[in-house]
Design a binder for this molecule. Sequence first.
Ligand code: SF4
Ligand code: SF4
Length: 315
Amino acid sequence: MLYTNLFGKENVSKLCYGTLSLSILQNHDSLENKVNLLNYAYEKGINFFDTAELYDNYDILNEFIKDKDRDKLTIATKSYAYDRKTAEYSVNKALKELNTDYIDVFMLHEQENGNNFLGHYEAVERFMKYKEQGIIRHFGISTHRVQAVRDSIKFKEIEFIFPLFNMDGIGIQDGTIDEMIYAVKKAKEYNKFIMAMKIYGGGHLINRAKEAFAFVGGIKEIDSIAVGMSTIEEIDANICYLENNELNINIKNKIRNQKRTLVVEEWCVGCGKCAKKCRQNALRIIDGKCVVDMDKCVLCSYCAGECTDFYIKIV
Ligand code: SF4
Ligand code: SF4
């Protein structure tokens, strides 16, 4: 396992386990099996875990943490808090449900730009108080937008940036991957810690996984890479890619044969742009929402690029 340094906390695994893949939003397996996956990842050297209030999966991490030395784990979470009250709610919920005294990184979820951040500033001030008390060790933002990365350099409070980052720029809402790279490099000059997300473009780059991983791994300003994993083979594969090793053919085949599906998230506004792009006629707008017919869908991913809000994913 390769390790990174999170503002003085050493030996934080460069590969972060993105637990959206274990959330009820994407995964209906048992709690026991999900905890087993986290334990497997931990045995393999992964000690960095990203979650969110939205994922509703603190119970899984709580179960996983129970028998571990908390200080050897790094936990990042995030919420949409916008004022003092909602910040307190989010932090207390995370502490209680994760059964921990502190959170390594607390982020504001899906920030768009500096103005959006200022709109949440009452929450930010409360987070800073938690930081003074050691309850939050570091503060940051997650984002799908280049502008939020650009604007982060204006705010000393933002130490940690979690941008959407993949070789085709799938899901970046306001620009290209080249613009994102430039913004990340600039942010790094201000000593921000950068963790890349959605490096497989929500599943759309999975057939080019090695290339997709190498692309992100090759950007030296990226300190850490968060990947959602839902099988042992995916954990093995990502560790392999991180270490630049050749993937065992059996694992490769298992991943290739894994049953995948296209998911349209509930926030879809039914604009229909994705449906127009689909040559298989697999998408339709019903009652204001996009609905996929998996008998027709060939998982080509062409629709995904049409949804600037990144509501279409392959899981
Ligand atoms: S492009 Fe996105 S928002 Fe529009 S219908 Fe498709 S999934 Fe929904
Ligand atoms: S993945 Fe391809 S086939 Fe499936 S809905 Fe999207 S465009 Fe259509």
